[in-house]
Structures are given as C-alpha cells and as structure tokens.
Design a protein around this ligand. Structure first.
Ligand SMILES: Nc1nc2c(ncn2[C@@H]2O[C@H](COP(=O)(O)OP(=O)(O)OP(=O)(O)O)[C@@H](O)[C@H]2O)c(=O)[nH]1
Length: 777
C-alpha cells in the first residue's frame, strides 16, 4: 500500500517514501516473525525461554533495521533533505533527543525505580539495541517536525506513523521476552496502526521548506529540553541511590558527544555564514564603489582612492571631464543612445588609462581620471583623451559626434582631497567657458574669477528686492541740432560691499543663470514709469530698452510689454525695444514672429549694434524693425582714403547703412559718436540721430530731465559735447552684448554726471514726437 501510495509522488519525495515503505515492510516482517513464534510457542509459552530470547533477538534486528530505514526515509523527505552537513545536523539533533530519551527510559526501567517491576525484560539484551534504534527514530521524528516549515501536517502524521510502528516493534520484541503474552498481543496492534498512519500521511502534499535554513533563524534552544530531562532523571536516580551502570553511562557519553559534535557543526555553520557575509559585503562594497552604466569607479570609489593616495607622498593629478552638449544626444537620439554613448566613453577611458590610474564616472556626463604623475604628463594624457573621446560614436542607427572639456588640477603642498576635486572642477568650468572641447589647467586666477562670478550670481538674485539696481538714461540726440529726443535706459548695479558692478560683468551672468527675464521686466517697468513721469512733465521723449534674446524667446514677453505700457499709461510708440544683431543670429523665425507681435501693439523695434558682424543684409530685409542703430565701430573717425587728411569728413559705412536704411524705410541712429568730426561725417551721410559721448553718457533720470528742459526752454542752445569721463562708459542695457563699447565705464558716479550735466543752451530745439516725425527728420 505504501509502495503504491509512494508512486503518487515523484523525485526525492517518491524515493523517501519508498525507503519509508521498505522500513514499514521490515517492521511488518518482524511483526509476522514475532506472531509466528507466538503462535508456535503459545501453548507452553513460558517453557520456551531460550527460543523466546532468540525470537526477541530476531525481532529486535527487524526493529533496528526498520528504524534505520525510517530514519533515512524521514531525513530524505523534501523540506528536510539537504547537503551532507544538513543531514549531519539533523542526525546529531536526533541523537541528542534520542540519547536523552533513552537515558530517561533507562532510569525508569532500571533499579531502583523499575516501573515495569517483574515484567522488565532483563534477560533479552538484544532489546537494548532495538530500544536505541527506537530512541533515535523518535529523535529523528521530533527533529523532522521541528525543522520543517509549515504546513507540515503530512510530516507530523508520517513521524507519528513511524514512531508508532517502531515502538510497536520494540513492544513485540520486549513482549516476546516476557513470561506473559499480553504485551506481545498489545504491541502487534501498534505496528499495523503505525503503518496505516504512514499510508494516510501520504495523502498530504509534500511540505515545502528550506533544508539549509538561515543560521541566524535556526535556534538550538530545544537542546536544553533533553539535557534538562537527562539531568532531572540522573538527579532523581541518585536521590534513590541508584547506580550508574554501563548502559546509562553510555547514554550519557553519547549525549555528550552528540552535543559536542553538534556544536562543532554549528561552528562550521557560523564560519560558513561569516564567510558568505564577508563575500556579500565585499560584493556590495564593490557595487557601492562602481558605476553600473560604465563599470568605472563611481564618485565614492574615486573619493576612496583619492583619500588613499593622499596619504602617500606621490605626485597626484586629477582630470575632470565633461561631455560637451551631451543633453542634445539624449534629446535628439533618446536616453538609450545616450546611455550607450556614456558606456563607450567609459570603455575608451578604460582603454587609454596608464597603469595605476583610475577612471571614474561622477554622474551624468561627468567623468574623472586620477593619475599618479606630474602635470606635464597629465597634460599629454588629457590631450590624448581629448582626441580619443572626440572620435565619432557608432550607435546602431547612426553616428554621434561629441566633444569633451577637460580640467586638470594637481595636488600641491597642503591641498586636501576636496580642494583637489574643486580645483579640477574649476579648471573644467573654465574650459567650458573658454569654448569647450579643450583642456585647461587649474590656475589661481580662474579661481578668483569664478569665485567672483559665484558671488555675483548669488548677490544678483536679491539685488532687485534690496533696491540695489537703478537705471541711467543715455540721450539720443537729433543732429546736427544736438537736441535730445530720446533716451536709452541702461541698468546699473551698486552693491553695498562689492561697489559698482560692471554691467558687462553682471548682465551676461544674469543671462546664464536665468535671471535676465526678472531683470528685464524690472527695467521695462522702471523705464515706462520714468517715461510716464517725463511725459507728465510735458517732455516729448521716447525711451528705449534693451531686450535679451532669452526674453524675446518667451511667448509671454509680448503680453508683459503690453501690460507694462498699460500699467504706466504710456503710449506704445514711445517705447523702443532694442534687439541686438546677436539675437538675430540665433533664431530668426522665432524672432520675426515675436517682433511682429510687438509691433502690432505699437512698440517700435530698433536693431542695435548693426554692423558689428552677426546678421546678413538679407536677413535685414525680413526683420520687422523701425530703427537701425549703426554700431560705433562703423561710426569711428576715419581718414579719407583720397588724401589721408584726418579732418576730412569720411564715414563710408555710415553712408552705406544710411542708404540701406532709407531704402528699407527705417530710421538710422549713429551710435558711439564721440566728437564733432564724427558727427559731421554721419550728418553728411544723411544720419539725423546720434548717440554717444558727444551727447552724453548714461545719467540719472533727473539729469536727463534737466537736459530735456534745457532743450525746450526759450533760447535753448545745442547740447554741448560732454567730455569723456575717466574710465569711459559701459552700455549696460539688458541683453546688450559684452564689450560692445570699448570705452565702457560702470564706475560713473552721479557726481561726475552732475559735473558733465549740459547747461541750458540757446539752440532752437524741436521735439520729435513719433516714428513718423523721426522719419521726416
Ligand atoms: N543618457 C543618460 N543621460 C544622463 C544620465 N545622467 C544624466 N544625463 C543627462 O546628461 C545631460 C548632462 O547635461 P549637462 O552636462 O548639464 O549639459 P551638456 O548638454 O553636456 O552641456 P555642457 O556640459 O554645458 O556642454 C543632462 O541632459 C542629463 O539629463 C544618464 O545616466 N544617462
């Protein structure tokens, strides 16, 4: 039956059940032998003393054999069976339990307790062996049940069946030795009951379980129970003045050895566990120091290596690398291609390392190479890496072209790890600033430069709220009458600690750090506010404001301008927005769209710095503008090519631009007019408006108002030329390109401006009211 039921299982489970079936078969056979003997001897049972001893021996052998098979079968059950050490562990546990049980049994059966009294089988020594086998079987069953994960109903039943069968077998062997037949008869019932329970247990599914278990979760506290049982029964035995004979001592020795062996196996388990722990720790440490995408070290790995080399007295150079424009690879080709390129970069770095150097990916498209060498060799290595990393990257559906910027910093006397990292990063930033695709060595001068930039960027963020910004206005004059008709609003920043900050320093910075829109909006409102005040005072003037490419790029800019005009109630024609040729060069279609929208609300558009070199004449034809401002470089005084006389009026480019402007229906303003000769030249070329040193620098609003008043008062004279101030001027219009006026001077104080303030003149001054009037003029 058992064999048949075992076939319902497969693999290890089937094999285990077949062994159990063999055990049950042997147990049944010994039962049959016992019964046959019983039947043969029962008429004169007590007379067959010797034959019964032999029969008890035969049955005991059957019990031992079936006990071994039961133990093996149980230990091979799924959920228990594992490697040799697992089996050894279970077996030793079973011996610990079994030896304790046997010892307790020995105490109870031996003198003086003798619970079986006269029925004690003292003559059949073979039973001793069977009892040991049964004790071990019970131990194995207890351990199997305790060690198997739930649900374990099937295993509990299997254990119960095995124990019942084994105990039944022992009962038969013991009963055969006794003068009466009661015990044999009672025990013969136990064996088939046990086998039936075994058959019943097969109906339950195999238990799952983890034979190896976790050394942390696997407890050995249960071992106290058998020890306590043993100790209590030993004390009890001593108290009754019992003697410890050889079997009792043997059981004690077996228990002791089993416990020691079990501890040894536990120690091996702990050692193996500690080894696994150390291995996984090393693995995770490696992972924690490795970049998953490239397999290079990550930032933590680099830092650890830096700290390590920092303790040694060797030359150390750190290369900081950053791919140029990498975000476009992601944007255009997708993140997967971006990842593949980063992987290739890692591989190229690895292939080009010198022995002992370390490459790392610090994150994103930032890499670093730590070299144990001097700066000259590092420079050569960096140049080589620049070439290697700039080679095309073949990526499935096409080639990716990239360049890289590299900063080099070397460890100097007292510099620590953070300083080395920071210096390499500064050198990298400098390489980026200087146009990318290049190598730069760290220099203290960049450091100061970048520190100042960082300070300025930080301070600029609160400059509007702290009221550190103000506008100055540079007059635009009608020429040759030299009558102010407009003013260009220029932004100035005076910081309480840093003093006056040059516009050509802070405006590009505002562009880069995304503050230009905030500054531009502030300038627009201030300029409109001032325009409203001047108009309320009866001055017929317009104001121009410089607009950055970034502002023009924003779709909401047109609405912002309209809102500013509404808020300050100024006619839109009085506002001129100056865009630079640089803006034109970036995104012409977008620019045209935005300029058209601005003109649609009545605002006039001036193209600043025309001729400085960005836009083509073809583009000019498409640009919806009203005013051309000729760059100062075209206005600058030139000698006549005919006779070389400096006093001879000659402005060929102004002449050309004037014709072009008039052809296109534009007004033209000559910028950077510094003296009478230049004014005469631009007037002769047909230009009627000028701006520059000759007509005044950027002055506070009240000074420009005084200028306007002087121009409109009866008997007013032409505005006198203003002497060039110390240090020149800075054209601080928002969005103005850097260094577009060589004579820039941000340090201009209101005091200086006061001194230069034009006196009221007697020139016949007319007002220019609108673009139409400008055109007529
Ligand atoms: N594919 C990929 N992209 C990443 C990963 N980590 C960061 N990035 C992207 O890498 C880009 C890094 O861009 P930046 O270095 O700021 O800019 P850049 O385009 O390289 O420009 P510059 O450095 O100024 O030349 C960003 O677009 C990030 O989103 C990554 O693991 N995989």
């Amino acid at each position: 039956m058992l064999v048949w039921s075992a076939r319902r299982h497969s693999g290890a489970s089937r094999r285990a059940r077949l062994v159990l079936a063999a055990g049950a078969g042997v147990a049944a056979a010994s039962l049959v032998v016992g019964l046959v003997g019983l039947v043969a001897m029962v008429p004169d049972w007590s007379a067959y003393r010797e034959q019964r001893v032999t029969l008890a021996g035969v049955v005991s052998i059957g019990v031992v054999l079936s006990g071994v098979l039961f133990s093996v079968g149980l230990l091979r059950m799924p959920g228990l069976a594992g490697d040799t050490r697992t089996v050894a562990r279970h077996l030793l546990d079973a011996v610990v339990v079994g030896a304790a049980l046997w010892f307790v049994g020995w105490v109870l059966l031996s003198e003086p307790t003798r619970i079986l009294g006269a029925a004690t089988p003292t003559t059949c020594t073979a039973i001793l062996l069977a009892s040991v086998a049964v004790a071990i079987v019970v131990g194995v069953a207890v351990v199997a049940v305790l060690r198997t994960a739930r649900p374990r109903r099937g295993l509990i039943l299997t254990g119960a069946g095995i124990v019942t069968t084994a105990v039944g077998g022992l009962g038969v062997a013991t009963g055969v030795c006794q003068p009466g037949t009661a015990m044999v008869l009672a025990s013969t019932v136990a064996v088939p009951v046990g086998v039936l329970v075994l058959v019943w247990a097969v109906r339950f599914p195999d238990t799952p379980g983890e034979p190896h278990g976790d050394v942390i979760r696997r407890g050995t506290a249960y071992a106290f129970l058998p020890m306590l049982g043993m100790a209590a029964s030993a004390v009890y035995h001593l108290l009754l003045e019992g003697r410890f004979t050889a079997p009792g001592i043997a059981a004690g020795i077996a228990e002791g050895f089993a416990l020691v062996a079990r501890q040894y196996v536990a120690l091996l388990d702990v050692r193996a566990y500690a080894h696994r722990l150390a291995e996984s720790e090393a693995h995770y440490r490696d992972l924690a120091h490795t970049d998953a995408l490239t397999g290079l070290a990550n930032r933590r790995g680099l830092l650890e290596e830096l700290r390590r080399v920092h303790q040694r007295d060797v030359p150390v150079v750190l290369l900081a690398l950053d791919l140029d424009g990498f975000k476009y690879v992601n944007d255009m080709r997708g993140h997967d291609v971006g990842d593949a390129v980063l992987g290739d970069v890692g591989a190229r770095l690895r292939q080009n390392l010198r022995p002992g150097d370390l490459a790392a990916r610090l994150g994103g498209d930032e890499f670093a190479v730590l070299m144990r060498t001097g700066p000259a060799e590092a420079q050569r290595a960096a140049d080589r890496l620049l070439g290697v990393l700039c080679r095309p990257y073949e990526q499935g559906d096409g080639i990716v072209f990239l360049s890289v910027s590299i900063g080099i910093a070397r460890r100097t006397g007292g510099s620590d790890v953070p300083t080395l990292l920071r210096n390499a990063d500064l050198a990298l930033r400098y390489a980026k600033q200087r146009g990318k695709n290049r190598v730069e060595q760290y220099d203290i001068a960049y450091d100061q430069l970048l520190r100042r930039r960082t300070t300025l960027e930080h301070e600029l963020r609160g400059a509007v709220e702290r009221g550190e910004l103000h506008l100055v206005f540079q007059p635009v004059a009608e020429i040759p009458a030299v009558r102010p008709v407009g003013a260009e609003a220029l932004l100035r920043w005076t910081h309480p600690r840093l003093g006056k900050v040059r516009p050509d320093e802070f405006i590009p910075l505002a562009e880069e750090c995304g503050m230009i829109a905030t500054l531009g909006s502030w300038v627009l409102h201030q300029a409109c506010h001032q325009l409203a005040l001047w108009r309320a005072a009866g001055h017929d003037v317009w104001v121009s404001v410089n607009v950055s490419p970034r502002e023009l790029h924003a779709p909401e800019y047109v609405e912002q301008v309209a809102e500013a005009l509404r808020a300050h109630r100024v006619p839109s024609q009085r506002l001129v927005l100056e865009v630079t040729e640089h803006t034109v060069a970036t995104d012409l279609d977008e620019l045209i769209k935005r300029l058209r929208a601005l003109r649609a609300i009545g605002v006039r558009i001036a193209l600043d710095d025309f001729g400085a070199g960005y836009s083509s004449l073809g583009q000019l034809r498409h640009l919806p503008i009203d005013i051309l401002k000729i760059d100062h470089s075209l206005v600058a005084e030139q000698k006549s090519p005919v006779d070389g006389r400096p006093d001879r009026v000659f402005a060929p480019y102004v002449d050309v631009v004037m014709r072009l402007g008039h052809q296109l229906g534009l007004q033209v303003i000559a910028e950077g007019v510094t003296n009478q000769t230049e004014m005469a030249a631009v007037v002769e070329a047909g230009c009627r408006f000028g701006q520059g040193q000759l007509f005044g620098w950027g002055v506070p609003a009240e000074h420009l108002e005084a200028l306007l008043e002087s121009a409109t008062s009866p008997g007013a004279r032409a505005v006198p030329a203003v002497p060039r101030q110390i240090g020149g001027r800075a054209d601080g219009g928002v969005g103005a390109p850097v260094n577009r006026t060589p004579d820039a001077d941000p340090a201009q104080s209101s005091h200086e401006v006061d001194q230069r303030n034009p006196t009221r003149g007697d020139q016949d001054v007319r007002s220019v009211d609108s673009a139409r009037e400008m055109r007529q003029a």
